[in-house]
Design a protein around this ligand. Sequence first.
Ligand SMILES: [Zn+2]
Length: 264
Amino acid sequence: MKRDAHIHTPFCPNGTTIPCEDYIKKAIKLGYEDITFTEHAPLPSNFVDFCPKEGNTMSPGRLLVYMDEMQRLKEKYKELIYIRIGFEVDYLEDYERETTSFLNLIGPHIDDAMLTVRFLKCGQSYTCVDHSFDQLTSLVRKKDTLQSVYNLYYKTITKSIQSNLGNYKPKRISNPLLFPTDELQVNLLFKQQLIDILKLIAKHNYELDVNYATLSKLYCNESHPTVSYISYAKSLGIPIIHGSDAHHLDDLHPYEEGLFPFDR
Ligand SMILES: [Zn+2]
């Protein structure tokens, strides 16, 4: 079954303005049989997003419109492709209660979800390190070194895997190689952290999101996640779930077929 389990939509300001139907038509043309729209879920109302201009998530006011549109598309294209209604849910350290409430509310009405770490807590504030090189560099200034930012990132991912977010906690953990880096650097400095994270994912019987956004983003032209870590994850019995992490129509691309032919 050819599946893309990680596609964004116009419902999030950091995504595209291209209608969801264009993604569906392209997915059908590329031979996908199963796709998930995983828009960034709204953040808790009491969470202060320190980089709101970046448009990190769907606004709460659009939640019902998103759900209605997903239901409509799922029904309309059901003979051609299986569309899963989903969310990419941010793990926010110290907002576990609010996140659990959201998941309990939305969980019974969706088909798929994954848990992502994009916000890192430093002192009393949070920095979103996804898609903003400026935010990342400001955090490096606060933490002194890039290595301490990585350590904070891996520590937060570990917490996200161990956190109790209720019965509807997503079973899929987002690719733990968000930052721009290269394989050599990862192997030298962070190999053990990544191995520990993969072991923890296996222990909790979670799945691993393997996405290809890195192949189409500035500063991220390495083939992340690297084949060696994916092979290791598979050796631990972790289900690998492929996704493009498409934020634009061009991103919807079967990169995995070139990188992981052994999966097909
Ligand atoms: Zn995503």
